[in-house]
Design a protein around this ligand. Structure first.
Ligand code: PDD
Length: 286
């Protein structure tokens, strides 16, 4: 049975209840994180908690827990749930107010919720089959750097991609390809790994950062710069990255097959580096 954390208590998921007046429910007024856990070790916990703080600052909500308190709650929850690898979801909303009002309550009492889900191992062989992606206009707001729970636009985009037989939507704004509906974007052109710069157009992905670090440490040519839609369409390789999906090679874009539907050589290098990082993390060495 799955044990969750709700406002300081650990309890079975069926018993975890929040008010219908919770602003997370009424307004999508909250932020979240998804943290992969390998062999009991959180991947880049410090970075996830830092991004959580940035998201809270972005919505003007005070962090109700200190970093050691977050660490303790997360570690206890990880211990209480079964399974080797997990994906931990944590969310904070601005809590319930006595009446529905767009304005923030004067004294918000945030709702803190954490759950753990089993994370299926992602093998290189599974990833190798690749995914289909389609380009879609980015219909989201101007603060995509905030990891907000208000994900209606993202879900509509992902659903639209699915209705076109694709796994992910690559979003285009002002002629630039920015990220996926639930992932970051990398392309490879002439042996150079390229990803767009962080800013309000996209989420500063923790996986994205790790890939850039691995590229730097292993002297793989890489650039952080804008990617035009035209460049995306002529790229040698396209990857979509996220904590739970790791590095997914795109083998078809807008119905056009890329490189004989095979992931490219740079993906082969990077996925090996990424998986080696996970092995070290499991041993507690990262
Ligand atoms: N989403 N961009 C968007 C819009 C995302 O939703 C995500 C991840 C990412 C990748 O971020 P990271 O590498 O930190 O996982 C980029 C999570 C997994 C989700 O919503 O479930």
């Amino acid at each position: 049975m799955s044990i969750v954390y709700l406002n300081g208590e650990f309890l079975p998921i069926e018993q975890a209840k929040v008010s219908v007046l919770d602003r997370g429910f009424l307004f999508g007024d909250g932020v979240y994180e998804v943290i992969p856990v390998y062999g009991g070790h959180c991947l880049r916990l410090g970075e996830h908690l830092k991004r959580l703080q940035d998201s809270l600052d972005g919505i003007q909500l005070k962090n109700p827990l200190t970093i050691p308190q977050w660490e303790q709650a997360l570690n206890e929850l990880i211990e209480k749930n079964e399974g080797e690898d997990k994906s931990v979801y944590l969310q904070l909303s601005r809590g319930a107010a006595p009446v529905r009002d767009h304005l923030f309550p004067a004294q918000p009492r945030p709702t803190i919720f954490i759950m753990s889900n089993p994370l299926k191992p992602v093998s290189k062989e599974t990833l190798r089959t690749g995914i289909k992606a389609v380009t879609l206009d980015d219909i989201r707001w101007q603060a995509c750097n905030i990891k907000a729970t208000a994900l209606l636009a993202n879900t509509l985009l992902k659903q639209q991609a699915a209705s076109q037989g694709a796994t992910e939507a690559i979003l285009v704004r002002d002629g630039l390809a920015t990220e996926g509906s639930a992932s970051n974007l990398f392309i490879v052109i002439d042996g150079v790994i390229i990803t767009p710069p962080i800013g309000p157009r996209l989420l500063p992905g923790i996986t994205r950062d790790l890939i850039l670090e691995l590229a730097e440490a292993n002297k793989l040519p890489h650039e952080v710069r804008d990617i035009s839609e035209a460049e995306l369409k002529s790229a040698n390789e396209i990857w979509m990255t996220s904590s739970t999906k790791e590095i997914m090679p795109v083998i078809e874009l807008d119905g056009k097959v890329l490189a004989n539907a095979q992931p490219g050589p740079m993906w082969e290098r990077m996925i090996d580096l990424y998986q080696a990082y996970k092995v070290k993390l499991r041993q507690g060495a990262e």
